[in-house]
Write a protein that binds this ligand. Structure first.
Ligand SMILES: Cc1ncc(COP(=O)(O)O)c(C=O)c1O
Length: 457
């Protein structure tokens, strides 16, 4: 049978969209979160003080490999999903490569990223529980925008602690979140005990980090008298679970044309889009059905997988969260204020960390900011979409892999996650185009110092 010609964009119908998320934790050894005081596995009740009850349940679920997507969440998904799986014919032609390149484009909603996939689920469970609102942090602003959209939709209030360097680089992000009803505060701030403590210890520390913003947002939730809970846009098992919609859709779309990826590439900040893109492809690998090659791409300025230690550590700088077993640079690590704000996180999802540690994620690759922007501009010029700096990490490696195919003559099928758009990152593009962008890498001493602070468990 002749294979059908693959179109530029493969769309599923609404009926073909997944009705359940894939929970990889049912298929792997998934390390528990630990109570930081007792070092005992965190219990459902403890997590419920921080997260909504259903999210706490999902966080601990090691039993169900598929979890039903509530109808209200599926209906919301239909506003912007199924997202297209694009065959990058123009990029292939430009690179003159025999490789077949596909990308799953998640930028087609106002948040401009995949983050809405989990935001709407978390807001739904909070609403169902009768909570008044949520608190969160945001780095680049995509997650904060996504949760603002989701909370606005369900009539919940939302306070967003936004990492100060992003707050200053992208003031329009704040306007966008406020448009959806959120209250946005630059972090570190004087509004929380954690923020005041961090500022008192180092008054010059203004750029902030995701780790600090998380401390502030968790504090705001747990001191709300039970009215609010905290919501996180990455790292956690529940977020990787919700993001599995990306990979399930990708797999179904490829199956329509008898395609299957040889190489799967995702940028990795906290690990949620990569975990989501891998989902059922990883399931195939875990069940011995296929062996795609997985690559996690991270910035050289924040190299948790390539230079971190695999250990229990705090998810935040203020050390108020449970401990997670993950690749970490130490919770006090403050990455340089680079433009991929969503990748400036000291740790990595425990799921991604475990899969990498056990060899199921084959490779982690660290790339420099200027190389990433070079790839972003090349991509934008041939594929039309202006990519987010975070997503452009995956583009950089996808291009490198396609160029390797050009050398070897191999016709590999490459799938990467194009997680979002870069319309709020024009300042960064401008700096790159003017030649004033630099690559700020942490020194070995700085890494040793922050990693030495990882608690002994
Ligand atoms: C567009 C985009 N891609 C990727 C990421 C990285 O997050 P994660 O590793 O959780 O997918 C972010 C985080 O803010 C983002 O905004």
């Amino acid at each position: 049978m002749n294979k059908r010609e693959v179109p530029y964009k493969i769309f599923l119908t609404e009926n073909e969209m997944p009705k359940a998320w894939y929970n990889v934790c049912a298929d792997i050894k998934c390390d528990p979160l630990l109570n930081p005081a007792t070092h005992e596995p965190a219990k459902q009740e403890e997590l419920e003080a921080v997260f909504s009850s259903e999210c706490a349940r999902q966080e601990l679920n090691r039993r169900d490999d598929y979890i039903e997507i509530p109808a209200a969440v599926r209906d919301f998904y239909k506003m912007y999903r199924p997202s297209p799986l694009v065959r990058a014919y123009c990029l292939e032609k430009y690179l003159d490569t025999p490789a077949k390149i596909y990308y799953k484009f998640e930028g087609n909603n106002t948040s401009g990223s995949h983050k809405l996939n989990s935001a709407i689920a978390q807001a739904y469970y909070a609403k169902e529980q009768g909570l008044k609102g949520l608190t969160t942090e945001t780095g680049a602003g995509q997650w904060g925008t996504a949760l603002a959209m989701a909370c606005g939709y369900f009539g919940l209030d939302l306070t967003v602690y936004m990492v100060r360097c992003s707050y200053e680089q992208k003031p329009q992000r704040k306007t966008l979140m406020t448009t959806y009803g959120a209250n946005v505060i630059a972090s570190p701030s004087e509004t929380t005990e954690a923020g005041r403590r961090i500022l008192a210890a180092s008054p010059d520390y203004r750029s902030g980090s995701l780790g600090t913003a998380i401390s502030e947002a968790v504090e705001a939730a747990v001191t709300s008298g039970g009215e609010r809970r905290y919501s996180l846009g990455s790292v956690l098992n529940q977020v990787v679970l919700h993001q599995s919609v990306i990979g399930i859709e990708s797999k179904r779309a490829m199956e329509k044309y008898d395609e299957y990826p040889d190489i799967i590439i995702g940028c990795a900040g906290g690990g949620s889009n990569l975990g989501g893109l891998m989902s059922e492809f990883m399931r195939d690998r875990l069940k011995g059905k296929a062996k795609p090659y997985f690559i996690a791409v991270e910035p050289m300025s924040c190299p948790s997988l390539t230079k971190g230690v695999f250990a229990y550590d705090f998810c935040d700088t203020g050390k108020v969260t449970p401990l997670a077993k993950m690749y970490t640079l130490g919770s006090g690590f403050v990455p340089a204020p680079t433009h991929a704000g969503g990748l400036r996180y000291h740790g990595m999802s425990p799921v991604i960390s475990r899969l990498y540690h056990d060899g199921y994620i084959d490779e982690a690759r660290a790339v420099s900011q200027t190389d990433v922007f070079d790839a972003a501009v090349r991509f934008a010029r041939v594929e039309g979409i202006l990519p987010a700096p975070e997503s452009s990490h995956a583009i950089k490696v996808a291009i490198d892999e396609a160029l390797k195919c050009k050398e070897t003559g191999k016709r590999k099928t490459i799938l990467f996650g194009l997680t979002g758009t870069g319309y709020f990152d024009l300042y960064a593009y401008e700096r790159f185009l003017q030649g004033s962008m630099t690559d700020a890498l942490p020194t070995n001493e700085a890494l040793e110092r922050s990693e030495s602070d990882v608690p002994v468990v």
